[in-house]
Design a protein around this ligand. Structure first.
Ligand code: PEP
Ligand code: MG
Length: 311
């Protein structure tokens, strides 16, 4: 069926430097779509699903109990559609729900949520989704519905995967709602050292892309709680240990024709951008306010590499 625009076409994005490495933008709330698109970004590298769901102030289970599964799915469809429409035909990478239990506990229905010692090491991301297919299914059904509406620019990304088994199980969920994983773009976030060490096996499962979630990758590599101020001086995305994991992943993904990207906060930092372009990353996704600077940093680095290569 035909894709029906929500609103009239908007003015074209401003002139931006042409670069081989794509520069995309991160979006946390769908309402930011217009401002994000106006940066001239090549797409959305991370569209978080959290706000679409938790913005209702209810846990998914409570929301579905109160309003029904269709209303729940519609919340997600509306959120993604706002962004997919604004960016069409530029790609929009939607990440399935990834909220730790301590955040769920603050919502209506949160009393039913487990209390965990270490929510960041606990029941979140793909682990929870695979464990609760009856909830997860609605997120994937929402995306399938968007494909039916003609939003073929939507891509699907899974958070906190550790290995090929996680990938296989997530892919099975996609297939089970009727999403053809050989036709649609889908992939994983690289957020744990285990995911780096198993990237070859994940590539063999047919992922189209791997995106560095450096907020978590740094936390889990350095054993530094990203929310603990006492150790925040040790939270360093440019730590050589983190950079080696990233470099290794890019190299292997290039061999296997898997796109690489970054959607953690570090993608907005010039030193990281320089490193990633040197390593040959496919795209960088930055915060709305950082997109312009990142575009120029990418351009500078690409030009320097070109000059170095002919010297
Ligand atoms: C990350 O871990 O870098 C990331 C983008 O995901 P989140 O910040 O939502 O954990
Ligand atoms: Mg993360």
């Amino acid at each position: 069926s035909e894709r029906e625009p929500i609103e009239e076409a908007r003015p074209k994005a401003p002139v931006k430097p042409m670069t081989a490495t794509e520069v995309k933008v991160n979006i946390s709330i769908p309402e930011a779509a217009e401002r994000a698109a106006a940066t001239g970004a090549d797409g959305v590298g991370l569209l978080r699903m959290e706000h679409m769901i938790m913005g209702t102030n209810k846990t998914p289970k409570r929301y579905i109990d109160d309003h029904g599964a269709k209303a729940y799915r519609d919340e997600i469809v509306d959120g993604i559609r706002t962004v997919a429409e604004e960016f069409y035909p530029r790609p929009v990478r939607v990440r399935t729900l990834d909220a730790p239990t301590d955040e769920f506990r603050q919502l209506e229905g949160g009393n039913d949520e487990p209390s965990e010692h270490n929510p960041m090491l606990g029941y979140r991301g793909i682990r929870r989704s695979l464990n609760e297919p009856e909830i997860f299914e609605h997120e994937l059904a929402a995306i399938k519905h968007l494909y039916e509406l003609g939003y073929d620019n939507v891509e699907i990304m899974f958070p906190l995967v550790n290995d090929a088994e996680d990938v296989r199980r997530a892919r099975d969920r996609l297939e089970s709602v009727g999403i053809d994983t050989t036709k649609r773009e889908w992939g994983v976030m690289i957020e744990t050292p285990a995911s780096v060490m198993t990237i070859e096996e994940m590539a063999a499962e047919g992922i189209d892309f791997a995106s560095f979630g450096t907020n978590d990758l740094t936390q889990y590599t350095l054993a530094v709680d990203r929310n603990n101020e006492r150790v925040s001086d040790r939270f360093d995305e440019l730590h050589p240990g983190v950079l080696k994991l990233i470099g290794r992943t890019i190299e292997i993904c290039r061999e296997h024709d898997v796109d690489t990207s970054i959607c953690g906060q570090a993608g907005s930092k010039p030193e990281m951008v320089e490193f990633l372009v040197e390593e040959g990353i496919s795209s960088i996704s930055a915060n709305i306010d950082a997109v312009r600077d990142v575009q120029h940093e990418v351009k500078r680095t690409e030009q320097r590499l070109l000059l170095d290569s002919v010297r």
